[in-house]
Design a protein around this ligand. Structure first.
Ligand code: FES
Ligand code: FES
Length: 211
């Protein structure tokens, strides 16, 4: 086939987007409201900002750590409306109106100035950390886990014969399974499990979970 016989390729002019086509560029920033550790923040944010970056870079709450930044290590775990989440995977603007608790907020929620959350105290007493990088995520995850068990949410190791919705007894196996999304490169797992067990047994509300 002669070159002149070939179908001609269509080579459109470069199009830089809706603006070139007479449209309006979509907004890249939004104003949002978020409660963090009982403080309200109204903030203008780039839509691509993750919740973790909002906490660390905009609000200077550097307790939540960035490990993998892709949902695999749990170092960035915080509580959003009481549920534990990987904050590196969530877009901040999608959390509009939500209530976030970080590791800094656990201590504040514990009561008087300087009080630690019982889990924070148990981690210290049981030597459940080495470098401490994973610890904020482990703590937030453990707080979420206690509530999940109390609410009867099963894990893969939960006895399937128990009544639906009944509180789940937090055995060592349950604790290990439920915290398996939080990696510790120092290998402090045995003491982390002991610390959580201590709180489960001591706490009156948690006693109901294991009754
Ligand atoms: S930093 Fe979010 S899961 Fe690793
Ligand atoms: S204490 Fe170092 S990563 Fe867990």
């Amino acid at each position: 086939m002669e070159a002149s016989d070939r179908p001609r390729e269509h080579s459109p002019e470069p199009d830089s987007g809706p603006a070139d086509r007479g449209g309006v560029l979509p907004p890249t920033h939004s104003r949002m409201t978020l409660w963090v550790n009982d403080t309200v923040h109204v903030i203008e944010l780039d839509h691509r900002t993750t919740l973790l970056d909002l906490l660390r870079e905009h609000l200077a709450l550097t307790g939540s750590k960035k490990g993998c930044d892709q949902g695999q290590c749990g170092a960035c775990t915080v509580l959003v409306d009481g549920r534990r989440v990987n904050s590196c995977l969530l877009l901040a603007v999608a959390q509009e109106g939500c209530e976030v608790v970080t590791v800094e907020g656990l201590a504040e929620a514990a009561g008087a100035d300087g009080d630690l959350h019982p889990l924070q105290r148990a981690f210290l007493d049981r030597d459940a950390l080495q470098c401490g990088y994973c610890t904020p995520g482990q703590l937030c995850s453990a707080v979420g886990m206690l509530e999940e068990a109390k609410a009867g949410q099963p894990s893969v190791v939960t006895d399937t014969d128990r009544p639906t919705g009944a509180p789940v007894r937090l055995t060592v196996e349950e604790i290990r399974e439920r915290l398996s999304g939080n990696l510790c490169r120092c290998g402090a797992y045995p003491h982390i499990v002991e610390a959580v067990q201590e709180v489960v047994v001591r706490d009156v509300a948690a006693r109901e979970v294991i009754a």
